[in-house]
Structure formats: C-alpha cells, structure tokens
Design a protein around this ligand. Structure first.
Ligand code: ASP
Ligand code: CP
Length: 326
C-alpha cells in the first residue's frame, strides 16, 4: 500500500520506525500476524494510558475527518473520542445530506476536499469498495469504517483485541458466528482475520438465505482453517469459546417480508446459554435488536459492552499509527 503525504519534518529514521505512517486501512487482508501483535500492543498501552490519565497530547494539532454516509453510533463516536483523547480535533460529517454530497458531489471529490483540511479520513459508505475508491483520490490516509456488505476492518481488529483481553489468547479457539452472515460485514472481516491464528475452528450458524458468502469461505479454506455451516446452534454451542452474534441487516433486504421471516431466527437468552461453557464469551458488534435478550446482559460471559469499549483503544492505536506517532 503506498504511503501518503510523507511528513517532511519527520526525520528519515522516524519514518522507518513508523511503518504505518500515511497508510490506508481498507481490509483485514493487509495485516500480517506481526502487524496484529503490534496493533494489540499499542492498543493495550492506549488502554493503560486512558485508565491512568484519560487524555494525552500524542496527536495534538492533527485533524480527523469523520465521514459517515450510513448510520453509526459506536464507530463514529469512538473514532471521534479516540482523536480527542489523543489531543487532536475532529471534523464530523455524519449527516451527508447537509454536506455537498446532497448537491451531487462525488466521493472522489468529497475526499479530495477533506484531504485539504484533515490529516486522516474515516469513511463509512453503503457501497462495497468505496473506501478503496476514496483512498485512490484522497491525499491523506483513509480508514474503512464499513463499506456496504464488504468489510469492517477496524471492527474485526477490536473483536480480536477483545478476545485476547478477555480470554488471554487468540490460539486454539472455537469461534461460532451466528445470524446474518451474508450481509454482515463484520463477520466477513473477522473470519478472514482469524485465519492468522493457530488452532482456530470456525462454525457458521444462519438461516439458509443468510449463509457466509462463498468468497469468504474460499479464502478461509485456502488458509487451512476448518469451517462448517450449520442450521442450528444447539450441537456446537457446548464446544464454543467465542459466540459472535450478529443483527439481521434489515437495510440490505429488498423485500421486507423476507426480512420479517428470518429476523428472529436465533435468539440468545440465559436459557439457551445454559448449554454453553462457563469460560467463554458472547460478542456482538452491536447495535442489538432482538438477537440477545436483555436479561443475559448481566452474565459475566456477555462481553459485548466491554467489546465496544475496547474499540476506543484499538482506534486510538490506529490513528496514532497512520499519523506516524506509534
Ligand atoms: N455496526 C455494525 C456494522 O456497521 C454491525 C451492524 O450494524 O449490525 O456493520
Ligand atoms: N459496531 C458498529 O459498527 O457500530 P455502529 O454501526 O454503531 O458504528
């Protein structure tokens, strides 16, 4: 991936020591195992710093353009908070209808514009490949915050970081992905990312029409990771270490009647979870609709609210890295 806008004031040695400086973050496919260890190390340090001092000036004077063409609570506010906790500033564009996008401005022109004012651009967009397209035209690093049904790489990084912090390891785990595996971009990124770790076994549980896409399964198979498709959860829940629950992505359905038929296909409740291990975790990228009942939230295995907090630390790490400060 080419490096953008090398900082002429950063001594050459520092540029070498900051290998992520100026890089786009578009897909989990760009990360090696060593990269992941590095990101998680920086994220862990960010966690300690936030817990000790709250805010510090690592990115003072830097500006993030937070450009969201689709709704978001966690991703947009955690990137915003991450930048502010590192002493930087944010241009928030969450309502593109109030920007010149509403006048017909193209994505390339919009990111060219923001490149004049900001040092890094975070983009969420309904079309697959939008972040890659934006990266071609932006003079500043672009971070993919979800491109349609494509990928959500920063979510997969925070999901993996959560597993590491909660279970203490990323090896020898049985991970069960449940729900809308067809349209859910988070599972497309996570399944790919988990292929980096030894001893991972993947189970997919979904309604027939929402199965994991063939291309993702082919990529996982190429890495030699065992994966199996299921129509029901009961047989595999007892061996599961990480149950990754997803929302049926209503906004991706052409026919709302089809959505209605599958929306409540799987519901996780304290009753269902009696069959699961004591030492395991339940994750969900959120937002939740009906997939997990609220009376499960107090269970220590319910890690989804802690998961969104870990997102702050991972996004702080990523911003520091692409801005040459980690
Ligand atoms: N927030 C996640 C996403 O944007 C998951 C979801 O919306 O269900 O992909
Ligand atoms: N997990 C996630 O991307 O949440 P938001 O859609 O609220 O950003």
């Amino acid at each position: 991936m080419p490096t953008k806008s090398k900082n002429p004031f950063l001594p050459f040695g520092d540029q070498q020591r900051a290998p992520w400086y100026g890089k786009d973050i578009l897909t989990v496919k760009q990360f090696s195992r060593a990269d992941l260890d590095y990101i998680f190390g920086v994220a862990h340090e960010m966690r300690i710093m936030v817990e000790r001092v709250g805010t510090f000036d690592l990115l003072k004077g830097k500006i993030l353009a937070n450009l969201f063409y689709e709704p978001s609570t966690r991703t947009s506010s955690s990137f915003n908070a991450a930048m502010q906790r590192l002493g930087g500033a944010v241009i928030p564009i969450s309502e593109v209808k109030y920007s010149s996008v509403a006048k017909g401005e193209s994505l390339p022109d919009t990111v060219r514009t923001l490149s004049c004012y900001a040092d890094v651009i975070v983009l969420r967009h309904p079309e697959v490949g939008a972040a890659a397209l934006a990266a071609k035209y932006a003079g500043k690093p672009v971070i993919n915050a979800g491109d349609g049904v494509g990928e959500h790489p920063t979510q997969a990084l925070l999901d993996t970081f959560t597993i590491r912090e909660e279970l203490g390891r990323l090896e020898n785990l049985t991970v069960t992905m449940l729900g809308d595996l067809k349209y859910g971009r988070t599972v497309h990124s996570l399944a790919r990312l988990l292929t980096q770790f030894n001893g991972i076994k993947l189970h997919y549980v979904s309604p027939d029409i929402l199965r994991m896409p063939r291309d993702v399964m082919d990529e996982v198979a190429e890495k030699g990771i065992p994966q199996t498709d299921h129509a029901a959860l009961d047989k595999i829940l007892p061996e599961t270490d990480v149950l990754y629950v997803t929302r049926v992505q209503k906004e991706r359905f052409d026919d709302v009647a089809v959505y209605e038929k599958v929306k409540d296909a799987f519901i996780i409740s304290p009753e269902v979870m009696k069959a699961a291990k004591k030492e395991m975790i339940v994750l969900h990228p959120l937002p939740r609709v009906n997939e997990i009942t609220m009376d499960f939230d107090a269970d220590p295995r319910a890690a989804y609210f802690r998961q969104m907090e870990y997102g702050l630390y991972v996004r702080m790490a990523l911003l520091a890295m692409v801005l040459g400060k980690a």
